[in-house]
Design a protein around this ligand. Sequence first.
Ligand SMILES: [Zn+2]
Length: 134
Amino acid sequence: MSNPFPAIDWDRLTAAARAAREKAYAPYSNFKVGAALLTREGEVFVGCNVENRSFGLCVCAERTAVGNAVSAGFREYRALVVATQASPPAPPCGMCRETLQEFAPDLVLRLVNENGEVRERQLADLFPEPFAGP
Ligand SMILES: [Zn+2]
């Protein structure tokens, strides 16, 4: 009988997040971010930040990954790796925490940078009181 909850392949997710980070469009901040989202089904969707000269239009890597996953029909997530150049490795912004919470209140996050620093977080700890909704 197969394990319905196989161990999370953090190495695979981290590699995917780092590869996505290389594709970031961040000419204004030069703060490149990559994200890799693991679905319940074991699929991986990535995202990078996409900036715009009209700064309010900038989209984070995490929300790009969620958009890619939702667009492909996947709405349940187990884990997320966020790759940045920050030290310590940067967590998702508030807007992304709200977006992630919508789909995955039990999400486990691993935050990494290029120096090999790793931080692990639970979304529930980073974002304990989401908007209650309409
Ligand atoms: Zn964000």
